[in-house]
Design a protein around this ligand. Sequence first.
Ligand SMILES: [Zn+2]
Length: 312
Amino acid sequence: MKPILLKPVLLFSAGILSLGAYAAARPANTAGEPANLTNPAQQDFSKVEIKTTKVAGNIYMLEGSGGNVGICAGDDGVLMIDDQFAGLEPKLRDAIKKISDKPVRFLLNTHHHGDHTGGNEKFGADSTIIAHKNVRGRLLEITGSHKPMPKPGLPIITYDEGVTLYLNGEEIRCVHYARCHTDNDTVVLFPKSNVIHMGDLYFAKRVPVIDVRAGGSLKGIIAAIDKIIAEVPADVKIIPGHGQLSNVDELKEYVAFLKDSREIVKKGVAEGKNYDKLKAEKVFAKYDKYGWEFRSIDNWLEMVVTDVTEDK
Ligand SMILES: [Zn+2]
């Protein structure tokens, strides 16, 4: 497995890192971010509604603002996967109470980004946080105005390659994939209910983020998704890190988009073209439909150029 590699402080501008996924790209990419995205404190969570979807068996998906939350509920207690932003903790708790009267016993972070771990300090007060070891390392980093996560918000159980939880009649497998969206991604599989939570390895039907500065790699994401597709049942239900509840057919379409993006840019870079040139040539025009609120197709082009250029 990949050794722990926590690179030193990067060139992110103040406030940016606190926003996780949206902060994940390069500084140049974040220059045009709306102000309310660079600082969660400026976001108005009062208008956010938590939407609950029963996925299968005792597994639920909660959508609000930030990464999708997974819930496994049952007699043994609640396992929560990711927790969005601190300001949403009361709303998330209300939504969970409608599913189960049991406490949130375990909280698993799929990776360290702030839109997946923002609620850690609050939920960590009475839940056991579990994550890949690099999640803990990155939550303790000081970068710009980003302060280290206070102790209650830190994972207290960490793992290198994965961990299995025997809970609510499920054998829940949490598997680390090295060098993907970051250097600390985990995919969670519920074989009995036939559900997987892919964290930010999967932005369903939308432009993803590769956090190259935190050890991410497009090549790694593609390899991980190919492996997952080969291993999961064809009818598995997929909770993506962002986007709507999905399935294998859509995941195949997504990985084809990633592969094609990489090939287009590799060819362009080999011909000596840079981001500005490729942007002017509109090489990703056919994927314009994947642009979304926080990431345009040009953001994606720039990320892929960075990834391909820095790929060793
Ligand atoms: Zn992320």
